[in-house]
Design a binder for this molecule. Structure first.
Ligand SMILES: CC(C)(COP(=O)(O)OP(=O)(O)OC[C@H]1O[C@@H](n2cnc3c(N)ncnc32)[C@H](O)[C@@H]1OP(=O)(O)O)[C@@H](O)C(=O)NCCC(=O)NCCS
Length: 277
């Protein structure tokens, strides 16, 4: 899928902002939590007065309780997130990336969070600090959520659209050239039906060139084969064979892409039968 190449006039200022922020987050001179707290203050309240080089937060003691709560919540150290409550969390691995995760989530909700041009670059800058692996040309739209981040890997040229949930509790491995459409959900943990406290973490894999389309759900441990497609609103409860297009709940094969002909499958009869429909 190709996109139009849009270039806002303020591109140079956007680049300067991102370059300065990236250096501040990783050069080790300041605690990243402080950098995130101050950056969020500026993103939400601006620089205070026009012409002022940098915004500085007011003394909290002079503020109302609600204003103090807002200021405190810019600091990742004053925030808890849902995954932090899970007992299987690697707390050290999460803590390392938590400032970057909080910056990402609060950026999306900030006054500039819907600026797609800036947002793609902002998230591309943060992604390697959050996820286990990120390939080239990662493109992510707004309001995407995940669990830990450290169990999530992306190949090259992956696009993740709006409101996607990537639950990487048991691990999600996403291949090259994968597209994940709006409101899709990919899970990698599930709970025992008899005992909700028993959690099963199962790695979910999305093969090269696969597409998880609008509002589709992929359940924990599912292996989606290369170039497969999970149709709109489908729930993939079992593995999806390469090149298969599956729809419905539970997802069943309705078609096999033509590209499949070039590849060998275990069940040639099934491929033939479905191809002839
Ligand atoms: C799965 C999908 C790709 C199938 O498209 P298609 O190859 O043109 O297939 P058809 O429209 O011929 O549908 C084949 C059959 O499956 C049914 N079907 C198609 N999509 C369905 C879906 N999401 N859920 C349930 N049934 C579906 C059709 O009604 C048709 O049934 P019929 O044979 O009884 O008439 C498409 O419906 C879909 O879900 N697209 C998602 C949107 C998309 O492409 N997003 C891309 C973002 S990267």
């Amino acid at each position: 899928m190709s996109y139009r190449d849009l270039r806002p006039q303020a591109e140079a200022d956007f680049d300067e902002f991102l370059g300065t922020l990236e250096r501040a987050l990783i050069d080790g001179k300041r605690n990243p939590n402080d950098v995130v707290r101050d950056t969020l203050y500026e993103l939400y309240y601006g620089a205070g007065q026009l012409g002022q080089k940098s915004g500085s937060a007011p003394d909290p003691s002079s503020l109302s309780p609600s204003a103090r709560v807002v200021l405190h919540s810019f600091d990742p150290r004053n925030v808890t997130t849902e995954p932090e409550y899970y007992t299987d969390i690697d707390a050290a691995a999460y803590a390392e990336r938590k400032p970057f995760i909080w910056l990402w989530q609060m950026y999306d909700r900030s006054p500039i969070g819907q600026n797609a041009f800036l947002g793609h670059r902002f998230r591309r800058m943060l992604a390697p600090l959050v996820f286990r692996r990120v390939g080239e040309n990662f493109k992510c739209w707004h309001f995407v959520e995940w669990s830990y981040g450290y169990n999530l890997s992306f190949g090259d040229n992956v696009v993740v659209h709006r409101y996607v949930l990537l639950d990487d509790r048991g691990g999600i491995e996403i291949g090259n050239n994968v597209s994940i459409s709006d409101y899709a959900n990919i899970y990698s943990h599930t709970h025992d039906v008899e005992d909700i406290h028993k959690v099963y973490n199962l790695t979910t894999r999305i093969g090269d060139g696969a597409r998880i389309t609008y509002h589709a759900t992929v359940l924990a441990g599912t292996q989606v084969g290369a170039h497969a497609m999970v149709g709109t609103g489908a729930v993939a409860t079992k593995d999806v064979e390469p090149y298969h297009i599956k729809v419905g709940i539970p997802a069943k094969t309705v078609k096999i892409k033509q590209g499949a002909a070039a590849h060998a499958f275990d069940d040639e009869d099934e491929v033939k039968r479905i191809s002839e429909r």
